[in-house]
Design a protein around this ligand. Structure first.
Ligand code: BG6
Length: 487
């Protein structure tokens, strides 16, 4: 980020009463207020469909805070300081003729403005038209949109074209909240500031890599949205592929937007396409049935009994470049799994000549576990000799661990949104996606879904509360590998 980048103090939150704002964004503003990160002049205008007075909206903000910020962190002074920044404007976004009140509020503010669209993508264009007809799009304002950017390559291109009709790429902030997570940002430091790892980060030393985002939640009240997407589009297209990019990209020349984004683009370009010839051995999809006292996908609220939408996928991916030749990257994600676990596991190769006991277990190489949930930590499994006079040739495996909450004496791990909101205000785009990343990721997912459909591959069922279908185990075992299990 250059020093000349303008800082922003005027923020408009479209969809201020929606799920994303209430659960994630308003709590994130609270933590930033608590940590004294916000300029005194910062003002936030919530825009929603409901007719509310400013005090009524303030009550809604307070409800969001008491529901989604842990009680131990709530402080009445911080709540009232944050609430005093919020104003409200009722606006039916469906018609671009309704934006006069919004525009007169914005015109009272200092410029430039950040427009955060926490709304359905099918409203984007009408909002852009409304802002444009009121002449409140300036060359220094910022526009923020959330993943998913579209439903497939074609629709993502349409959204990108709409964005680029009114905004320059340097004004567009495409959010994937995983990139705001501290441990995800730490991948760059881990890889490029530690020669111990950077020298081993290639196909000569790495045997295989797992990226898992297992969720214990089901679909809850999002069936309508989710059924049109499925787990591949919802989780793999952005979250898992972004993790894959950060794990495998070449070192950027510097920590600038352009350098980081262009290295990620190269990874996406090198991803081996899944097609009808290779899909069967590289792709498993599943759907949860009732189990663990939880309803099956087809019995969730609002469901359609016929749906074959996948709630689980596991994939063997390959990156066709010099560094990663023949290294499998296993991606796995599902709803209603045994527990919420988000982790990257790097399995290093074992040494050739082995002098300890011949127990197969001990022959395995070191494992580096980068955990995003339930802990935010990095842990390297190393082999040592157990203490004891008669234990000369046996080995045990123990973790050398870094738990960020403990080592950095944090009060709590910030949600991804805190750092993303600060970056929007400060004009730093390095944690946001560029157009090419979004479109290449869709291209890969579109290919996989098309190949899956054409090859008439089965949808496998798994009971809620489990690790997914057994075929997912077979996918990795057929290559001589195993999913990492916490002991
Ligand atoms: C969202 C998906 O992007 O990420 C949700 O739409 C998913 O379906 C969520 O539950 C997971 O985020 P996190 O931070 O809880 O892993």
């Amino acid at each position: 980020m250059s020093d000349s980048v303008i800082k922003i103090d005027s923020f408009v939150l479209f969809g201020a009463l929606g799920d994303l704002s209430v659960r994630k964004l308003i709590p994130a503003w609270y933590y930033l207020e608590r940590d004294d990160m916000l300029n005194d002049g910062l003002q936030i205008l919530g825009v929603g469909r409901q007719v509310l007075t400013k005090p009524q909206f303030h009550e809604k903000v307070k409800d969001a805070l008491t529901t989604y910020v842990s009680a131990e962190y709530l402080d009445a002074n911080i709540i009232s300081k944050l609430i005093s920044r919020f104003d409200y404007c009722c606006c039916d976004l469906q018609s671009s003729n309704n934006y006069q009140e919004l525009s007169s509020k914005i015109n009272e503010w200092s410029k430039p403005v950040a427009y955060y669209l926490a709304i359905s993508p099918n409203l984007f264009e009408v909002v852009f038209d409304g802002l444009n007809s009121e002449q409140i799009i300036t060359s220094s304002c910022r526009i923020i949109v959330e993943k998913p950017i579209g439903y497939d390559l074609e629709s993502s291109k349409e959204i990108n074209a709409k964005l680029l009709k009114y905004f320059d790429e340097s004004q567009i902030y495409r959010i994937d909240h995983y990139l705001g997570k501290e441990t995800v940002q730490n991948l760059i430091a881990l890889r490029f500031a530690n020669s111990l790892f950077s020298s081993q980060w290639n196909s000569k030393s790495v045997d295989y890599v797992e990226i898992t985002a297992a969720e214990s939640v089901g679909i809850e009240d999002r069936w309508g949205y989710f059924d049109g997407m499925g787990q591949l589009r919802d989780m793999v297209q952005s979250h898992l592929l972004q993790l894959l990019c950060l794990i495998t990209m070449e070192p950027p020349n510097e920590l600038s937007n352009q350098s980081i984004r262009s290295e990620k683009v190269k990874v996406l370009e090198a991803l081996k396409p899944l097609n009808q010839d290779n899909i069967k051995s590289n792709f498993v999809s599943g759907q949860y049935t009732a189990g663990d006292n939880k309803a099956g996908y087809l019995n969730e609220l609002g469901s359609d009994e016929q749906s074959d939408t996948e709630t689980f996928v596991s994939i063997k991916a390959e990156i066709q470049n010099w560094r990663w030749k023949d290294v499998p990257f296993y991606l796995r994600t599902g709803k209603r799994m045994k527990s919420k676990t988000t982790q990257i596991v790097i399995h290093f190769k074992s040494d050739g000549h082995y002098i300890f006991d011949q127990d197969r277990e001990s022959l395995k190489g070191n494992t580096l576990i980068i955990s995003l949930h339930p802990t935010e930590s990095i842990s390297l499994q190393v082999f040592t000799k157990p203490h004891g006079v008669d234990k000369h040739s046996t080995l045990r495996s123990d973790p050398m661990s870094l738990d960020f909450i403990k080592t950095q004496k944090l009060l709590n791990i910030p949600s991804g949104y805190q750092s993303l909101l600060m970056d929007i205000l400060n004009g730093n785009q390095s944690l946001f996606l560029c157009k090419e990343e979004v479109e290449l990721a869709w291209q890969w997912c579109d290919n996989a879904l098309e190949a899956h459909k054409k090859s008439k591959q089965e949808l496998y069922f798994y009971p809620a509360g489990t690790d997914g279908p057994k075929e997912s185990e077979l996918l990795i075992q057929n290559n001589g590998h195993n999913w990492h299990e916490e002991k």
